[in-house]
Each structure stands twice: as structure tokens, then as C-alpha cells.
Design a binder for this molecule. Structure first.
Ligand SMILES: C[C@@]1(CC(=O)O)c2cc3[nH]c(cc4nc(cc5[nH]c(cc(n2)[C@H]1CCC(=O)O)[C@@](C)(CC(=O)O)[C@@H]5CCC(=O)O)C(CC(=O)O)=C4CCC(=O)O)c(CCC(=O)O)c3CC(=O)O
Ligand SMILES: NC(=O)C1=CN([C@@H]2O[C@H](COP(=O)(O)OP(=O)(O)OC[C@H]3O[C@@H](n4cnc5c(N)ncnc54)[C@H](O)[C@@H]3O)[C@@H](O)[C@H]2O)C=CC1
Length: 244
């Protein structure tokens, strides 16, 4: 399996099932896409996150979603209903998250026939094309770290996610800072080899990382100092003094 990154903004994700797993996936995808959850029951957590529930007595709106929102549809589906929902919602991704393997399999087949991606939450191991795995994810600013065990051991994915979150706390700030340095060097016309070395030195500098974490020293000033030292060194390769 080869991980790819998918932009789901402006897309719809259809989640079939309303239990603990469906709740986790719905919340995850709602960060970017519009999510429709179809199930006869929903977790309390899901109900407390959503904007409205279609099928409840209090609801009198038309079905429809905006970006980044979750809508609940209270309905037990059979294989035909799943296909109808896919035709109606035109989702980019269908999450099959019921505790009924027959329904999950029907959702997978209907999604495939309609060229939608599918996430079978109830099976491990190899997958057919178009059947995707949801990785454990660490997000910090512009940085996304996705972890998968190739659908072998989700518990290991979770364990690694927790370790990585602790180990790389603040990595988003480092990405922003080094991104700014990089853009500036490009704008100043610094040649690529020097730029590469300078940006690498900034990213790997313990002083910059500590500055970002503690706020005690000015990380941007430290980075600029490192860049200047790298550039001086490039101008005068005879100089063997070490950068920071
Ligand atoms: C194949 C995959 C399909 C998919 O969902 O995409 C899948 C399938 C299954 N998971 C099961 C169980 C558990 N899943 C978790 C947790 C997560 N599961 C996630 C992904 C995936 N799970 C995909 C593979 C990812 C990979 O490649 O590694 C994560 C990473 C992402 C997410 O779901 O958001 C999220 C951690 C998020 C985080 O914490 O960061 C835990 C741990 C816990 O809860 O503490 C347990 C209990 C321990 C255990 O059983 O291992 C079962 C058995 C159900 C049963 O026995 O009934 C199946 C079905 C089967 O194995 O047949
Ligand atoms: N991928 C993952 O990370 C994990 C996957 N699983 C798998 O995911 C499945 C679901 O797990 P949970 O959410 O814990 O189960 P659950 O029992 O809490 O929830 C199942 C949901 O499916 C709904 N449902 C059942 N039949 C339906 C139908 N015909 N139409 C619409 N909705 C229907 C139920 O009303 C309920 O909301 C499990 O069977 C298990 O195989 C379990 C744990 C983790």
C-alpha cells in the first residue's frame, strides 16, 4: 500500500453506521468535508457534535450540507438504500462502519460501482483498488504525519501516533519558520545548493527548536544567524568554522 494525500474540501463523505467507529471517522472527515451519517442509532458524542438530525420530530429542513459539517439521517439501510444514498449524496468517499458485514460489503460494492472511494472499517489486511485505509494522524499547523501498518495493527498505529505527538511537539512552528526562511531565500535569489544547506541547518538547529518551544530566545533571529553563517561559508569555502 502506498499512502497518498487526499484533499476532501468541498466533497461529501457518506458514513454508514452511527457507533463509536463511525463517530471517530465522521468527526475526522468533518474537519474538511461535509459528512452525512446514515444510521438508526447514533452515539451521544455524535449527536452533540452535529448541526441537525434528519428524521427526528424537531427537524423540518431539506436535506443538504455545507462544508465541514455533519448531518445525521436516522435510517436503517439495506443494500438498495446504500446505493440510493450514494446516488443522492455523490460522496467522494463512503465509510462502511456498521457492525453488519453484509451492509458494509454492500456499501463497498455500491461505492465501487459509482467510482467513490470506500473505507471498510471492519476488515484488516490487503485491499482492492479504491478501498482505502484511514491512517492515524498527527496534525500540527502545516505538518501532517500519517501512520499506517498497512491495515495490520491499528493499535500499533495509535501507539506510534501518541509517541510521535510527544516527540515532535511544536513541529508545526518549525515548519512555518523554516518555510518563511526558505521563501525569503528564494526571493533573494540565493542559489539552490546554499539555500538547501541553510534551510537544513535551520531545521536541525537545537537552538532554534528550543527557542520555538520555550519562547526564551528569538527563533527567527537565531535562524537568520545560521543562514548568514552558511552563506559566509559558501562564499569562502576555505573557512572551516562550524555553524550552530
Ligand atoms: C484496517 C483499518 C480500517 C480503517 O478503519 O481504515 C482498521 C480496522 C480495524 N480496527 C480495529 C480495532 C481497533 N482500531 C483502533 C484504532 C484505530 N484504527 C484505525 C485504523 C484502522 N482500523 C485501519 C488500519 C490502520 C492501519 O493501517 O494501521 C485508526 C489508526 C484510524 C481511525 O480509525 O481513525 C485508529 C487509531 C487512531 C488514533 O488513535 O490515532 C484500535 C485501538 C484503540 O481503539 O485503542 C482498535 C482496537 C485494538 C485492535 O483490535 O487492534 C478492528 C477490529 C475490530 C473488532 O475486533 O471488532 C478492525 C477491523 C479488523 O481488524 O478486521
Ligand atoms: N476501523 C476501526 O478502527 C475499528 C473498526 N471496528 C469495526 O467497526 C464496526 C463498527 O464498530 P462500532 O462503531 O464499535 O460498532 P457499534 O455496534 O457501536 O455501532 C454499529 C452502528 O451501526 C449501525 N447499524 C447497524 N446496522 C445498520 C444498518 N443496516 N444501516 C445503518 N446503520 C446500521 C448501528 O445502529 C450502530 O450505530 C465493528 O463491527 C468492527 O468490525 C471496530 C473497532 C475499531
Amino acid at each position: 500500500m502506498i499512502p497518498l494525500v487526499h484533499d476532501l474540501s468541498g466533497e461529501t463523505v457518506l458514513v454508514v453506521g452511527g457507533g463509536a467507529v463511525a463517530t471517530r471517522k465522521a468527526r475526522r472527515f468533518a474537519a474538511e468535508a461535509s459528512v452525512i451519517v446514515v444510521s438508526p442509532t447514533f452515539t451521544e458524542r455524535l449527536r452533540s457534535t452535529v448541526d441537525r438530525t434528519v428524521g427526528d420530530e424537531t427537524d423540518d429542513d431539506e436535506t443538504g450540507t455545507d462544508d465541514g459539517r455533519i448531518e445525521l439521517v436516522r435510517q436503517r439501510v439495506d443494500a438498495d438504500d446504500v446505493a440510493t444514498w450514494i446516488d443522492r449524496a455523490e460522496p467522494a468517499l463512503v465509510v462502511a462502519a456498521t457492525d453488519d458485514p453484509t451492509i458494509n460489503a454492500a456499501a463497498e460494492a455500491a461505492a465501487r460501482e459509482r467510482d467513490a472511494l470506500v473505507n471498510r472499517t471492519d476488515v484488516s489486511g490487503d485491499r482492492d483498488p479504491g478501498s482505502v485505509v484511514v491512517p492515524a494522524t498527527v496534525e500540527d499547523g502545516p505538518v501532517t504525519i500519517a501512520i499506517t501498518t498497512g491495515a495490520t495493527s491499528p493499535a500499533v498505529s495509535r501507539y506510534l501516533r501518541e509517541r510521535i505527538e510527544t516527540e515532535f511537539d511544536g513541529i508545526g512552528d518549525l515548519a512555518r519558520l523554516s518555510g518563511d526562511v526558505r521563501t525569503e531565500l528564494i526571493e533573494r535569489g540565493v542559489e539552490p545548493d546554499t539555500r538547501r544547506e541553510a534551510v537544513r541547518a535551520v531545521v536541525r538547529s537545537p537552538a532554534v527548536q528550543k527557542g520555538l518551544q520555550t519562547g526564551e530566545s528569538n527563533p527567527r533571529q537565531l535562524a537568520d544567524g545560521i543562514v548568514e553563517r552558511v552563506r559566509d561559508h559558501e562564499d569562502d569555502p576555505g573557512d572551516t568554522s562550524e555553524g550552530q
